[in-house]
Design a protein around this ligand. Structure first.
Ligand SMILES: *Cc1c(COP(=O)(O)O)cnc(C)c1O
Length: 338
């Protein structure tokens, strides 16, 4: 597949950087204590420091900045972090927001979104059900729909992370990007490959319900069954009508790597015990790829800690080495050992 004409280019990603300036840009980029174990400098981009706890604020702010002055409000569907971002960005602009999500979303995320002033609608058991509701609201109430990933403004916003990393680390040889709907990976790859065509970019996700990986392999959008995962922010489909993120990811990602729940569990522990940081399962798939040996770094490597909006009871269990019951799937725990 080829990068479609409607994909944002470097100019649009630089414009997005301007649009979000002072609100969601310039997160810390820090060396990881895991560098020694990996044998190469490992850099962590701390999107966990965003005011909403996740990188999605970049895309939401940029997409909402592009709306005309007389828009009635905004709506979206979300597994959590996109909804939070849209609620926050709408509130910052004084706009009404309605966030639609499925029953699989953890209650902690639902409450966080309500606290940001959004109306919440819980619909069905999949991202697709939630999506149908936000499309209805767009049609019937004239709200502007802010898609979670398959949108040029959202992709350009997420792409600003790629700009910041590549500009800060000219010596970088490998970029590891958590992959779900692919807005993050598409944006970062468009930015990074425009500046550094030789840079290797790997998308990483869990091995259960990985819709983008299956779709890239099939060459068209493929629906997969949604299952609970430690990386719950990586769940959900890519949309049957996916127009941008699938072809961009297929064209620009050098590889897609799948991780087991146990590998994600261990990487969450490693980040906590070595770097003394807490991040969602979705955030640590880059670290999991390196620690599992599924990805090999031959030079400086960077990954994005994408978010930290998780169930802290689950985090406590993981750090104590206990099993985690994901509802039908039990992740076997073990105390942390390097
Ligand atoms: C949304 C999200 C991702 C994946 O981003 P996509 O653009 O959907 O690929 C990764 N991590 C976190 C914490 C997220 O919220």
């Amino acid at each position: 597949m080829r990068v479609p004409q409607e994909a944002p280019g470097l100019a649009q990603i630089r414009a997005a950087a301007k649009a979000i300036q002072g609100q969601a840009d310039g997160t810390p980029l820090v060396p990881s204590a895991l560098s020694d174990r990996i044998g190469q400098p490992l850099w962590l981009k701390l999107e966990i420091c965003q005011p909403t706890g996740a990188f999605k604020l970049r895309g939401a702010l940029n997409a909402i900045a592009r709306l005309g002055p007389d828009v009635a409000g905004v709506t979206c569907c979300s597994t959590g972090n996109h909804g939070r971002a849209v609620a926050y960005a709408a509130q910052a602009r004084g706009l009404r927001s309605v966030v639609c999500m499925s029953e699989l979303v953890p209650p902690v995320k639902v409450e966080g979104i309500r606290a940001l002033g959004a109306e919440v609608r819980i619909i069905g058991r999949s991202q697709d059900d939630a999506h149908a509701e936000s499309q209805r609201l767009a049609r019937e109430e004239g709200l502007a729909e802010i898609p979670p990933f398959d949108d040029p403004g959202v992709i350009a916003g997420q792409g600003t992370i790629g700009l910041e990393i590549v500009e800060a680390l000219p010596e970088l040889s490998l970029l590891l990007v958590p992959l779900s709907g692919g807005g993050l990976a598409a944006g970062m790859a468009l930015a990074a490959k425009a500046l550094r065509p030789d840079l290797r970019i790997v998308g990483l996700t869990m091995d259960r319900g990985a819709a983008m990986a299956a779709s890239i392999a099939a060459g068209k959008p493929v629906a997969v069954e949604e299952v609970a995962s430690l990386a719950d922010s990586l769940g959900g489909g890519i949309g049957a009508a996916n127009a941008l993120t699938l072809p961009i990811c297929a064209a620009l990602l050098d590889e897609v790597v799948l991780l087991t729940e146990e590998e994600i569990y261990h990487a969450m522990q490693a980040l906590y015990f070595e770097d003394r940081m807490v991040a969602e399962g979705a955030s640590v798939v880059g670290i999991a790829g390196l620690l599992s040996g599924k990805v090999t770094a031959t030079g400086p490597v960077a990954t994005v800690l994408t978010g930290r909006n998780m169930d802290m009871t689950q985090v406590t269990r993981i750090m104590a080495g206990q099993d985690v019951d994901l509802g039908g799937h039990r992740v076997k725990g073990a105390p942390y050992t390097p």
